[in-house]
Write a protein that binds this ligand. Structure first.
Ligand code: SF4
Length: 389
C-alpha cells in the first residue's frame, strides 16, 4: 500500500489546498470570532463559489470546500470584503493562533489575541515551520492544553500571565503589555536554535530554553469533562456531525449571534442561553454522533481508500458513552491523531481494526468489509476479535 502523503503545511485562504472535491479554502477568523455579517457572508460565498459544505478545523478555522479554479478568485474577493484576508500568504501562515472560545469581556484575552495576530502578520522575518502555532488560553480556566500549539500564553494558579513553550510546565512571567513580545522572542529563539520540528519535539531532543522561560508554573489542568454542546458563561455551544455544516446552517446561525470557532469543531453562539432550532446542528452532549470521528474519506480526499462518514454514521448509535470510534480514510489519521477505543482504517476493499490505538497502529485482527462491519455492529464495538472473518 502507498504511504499517505505528508504535506507539512496547512491550507489558507491565500494558499488553498487541492482535495478530492476541489480546492479547500481555510479562513482564519481574527481572534477566532465571526461577526454576524462575516458569518452570513461566508455562508453566502460557500454556497455561491464552493459546494456549500463548510468544515470546522481542529485549529478553530473555517474551511470552504469544493472551490474551483474559476470560483477561487471571486471567493477571495468576497472574503477580503468581509475583512478575512491577510496581505500575503506568508502573513496568513504566520497568524496561526488558537484562542480560547470561553474568553470573557474584560479578561484581556481578545485584546491579547488581536495584538499577537497583528504582530505575527507584520513580522516578515519570522520564518516559522508550516504547522507552528500559538495558543492564547487566558480565560478563567485553561481549555487548550490538548490543542496543538508551540507557544502558549496562559495563566498561573493565581491568574498571573505567563508565556511558555509547549512541552514544558513553566514559562516566562509576562504582563498584557509584554506577552506578545515575549512570545515572539520565544519564536525567534526556536528559529535560531536551528530546528524545523515542532517545539515539544525540539525540547524533547535536548534543546535548552533560555532561563527566563522557566520561572512561573502554568495553572494545573482542572478535572473537568471535555467541551461539549450546551450552555456556558459566554454562550451556547453547538456541534455538527464530523465538524461539517451546510452553508444554510451557517446562514441561520448568523441570524442569531456572533460566532466563536472552537478547536473542538464546534461553534459557540456568543450570548445565547438556549439551543437554537436549526436543522443539522447538535445541541446535546450525549448525541451519538459526537462519539464518532471521521475524516472526509472518499470522495473528499484524494488519498482516501474508501468513504468513511456513511460507515461512521451507521455505527454511531452502537458506540457506548465511554468510547470513541474513529473511521479513517487512510493510515494518516488526519481527523484524530491520538488513540481511540476503536479505529477503522480504510484499505483497498476493507477496513483494518485497531483497538486503543490510532490510524497508524497495528491492527488487532483481520480486516473486515463494510458489509461485515455493519452485520453485527454491537459485537464490533464491544469485541471486534469475536467477529467472523
Ligand atoms: S486520513 Fe483521511 S483526510 Fe487524511 S489523508 Fe487520509 S483519507 Fe485523507
Amino acid at each position: 500500500m502507498t504511504a499517505p502523503l505528508v504535506k507539512g503545511w496547512c491550507p489558507g485562504a491565500l494558499r488553498p489546498m487541492p482535495s478530492g472535491d476541489g480546492l479547500l479554502v481555510r479562513v482564519r477568523p481574527p481572534i477566532g470570532r465571526l461577526t454576524q455579517t462575516q458569518a452570513a457572508g461566508i455562508a453566502c460565498l460557500a454556497g455561491q463559489y464552493g459546494n456549500g459544505q463548510i468544515d470546522l478545523s481542529a485549529r478553530a478555522n473555517i474551511q470552504i470546500r469544493g472551490v474551483t479554479d474559476q470560483t477561487y478568485a471571486p471567493l477571495v474577493t468576497g472574503l477580503a470584503a468581509l475583512g478575512l484576508i491577510d496581505a500575503t500568504p506568508e502573513a496568513e501562515a504566520r497568524r496561526n493562533i488558537v484562542v480560547t472560545p470561553f474568553w470573557q469581556s474584560g479578561d484581556g484575552t481578545a485584546e491579547l489575541a488581536e495584538r499577537l495576530g497583528s504582530a505575527l502578520r507584520d513580522n516578515r522575518a519570522l520564518d516559522l515551520p508550516g504547522k507552528f502555532g500559538f495558543a492564547v488560553d487566558t480565560g478563567v480556566t485553561p481549555m487548550l492544553r490538548d490543542v496543538s500549539a508551540d507557544i502558549r500564553i496562559e495563566r498561573d494558579a493565581t491568574g498571573a500571565l505567563l508565556c511558555r513553550a509547549d512541552g514544558t510546565a513553566s514559562g516566562a512571567r509576562v504582563t498584557p503589555d509584554t506577552a506578545v513580545d515575549t512570545a515572539l522572542s520565544l519564536a525567534r529563539w526556536f528559529i535560531s536554535s536551528g530546528d524545523r520540528k515542532r517545539m515539544a519535539a525540539h525540547l524533547a531532543d535536548g534543546a535548552t530554553l533560555p532561563a527566563a522561560f522557566n520561572v512561573i508554573e502554568a495553572a494545573p489542568m482542572p478535572d473537568m469533562p471535555p467541551p461539549a454542546p450546551g450552555q456556558s458563561a459566554v454562550g451556547f455551544m453547538i456541534g455538527f456531525a464530523f465538524g461539517q455544516m451546510q452553508a444554510r446552517a451557517l446562514s441561520a446561525l448568523a441570524d442569531i449571534a456572533p460566532l466563536r470557532a472552537t478547536p473542538w469543531r464546534m461553534l459557540l453562539l456568543e450570548g445565547r442561553i438556549s439551543a437554537p432550532d436549526i436543522e443539522g446542528i447538535i445541541t446535546r452532549a450525549d448525541d451519538p454522533l459526537l462519539r464518532v470521528i471521521a475524516c472526509p474519506g472518499l470522495p473528499g480526499c484524494t488519498q482516501a481508500l474508501q468513504p468513511t462518514r456513511p460507515l461512521a454514521r451507521a455505527l454511531a448509535p452502537h458506540v457506548s458513552v465511554d468510547r470513541m470510534l474513529h473511521v479513517s480514510g487512510c493510515t494518516k489519521g488526519c481527523a484524530h491523531p491520538g488513540p481511540t477505543s476503536l479505529t477503522l482504517v480504510a484499505q483497498a476493499r476493507s477496513f483494518a481494526l485497531v483497538r486503543d490505538g490510532n490510524a497508524a497502529s497495528s491492527p488487532a485482527s483481520s480486516p473486515l468489509t463494510v458489509e461485515q462491519l455493519l452485520a453485527d455492529p454491537g459485537t464490533l464495538m464491544e469485541n471486534p476479535n469475536a467477529l467472523p472473518v
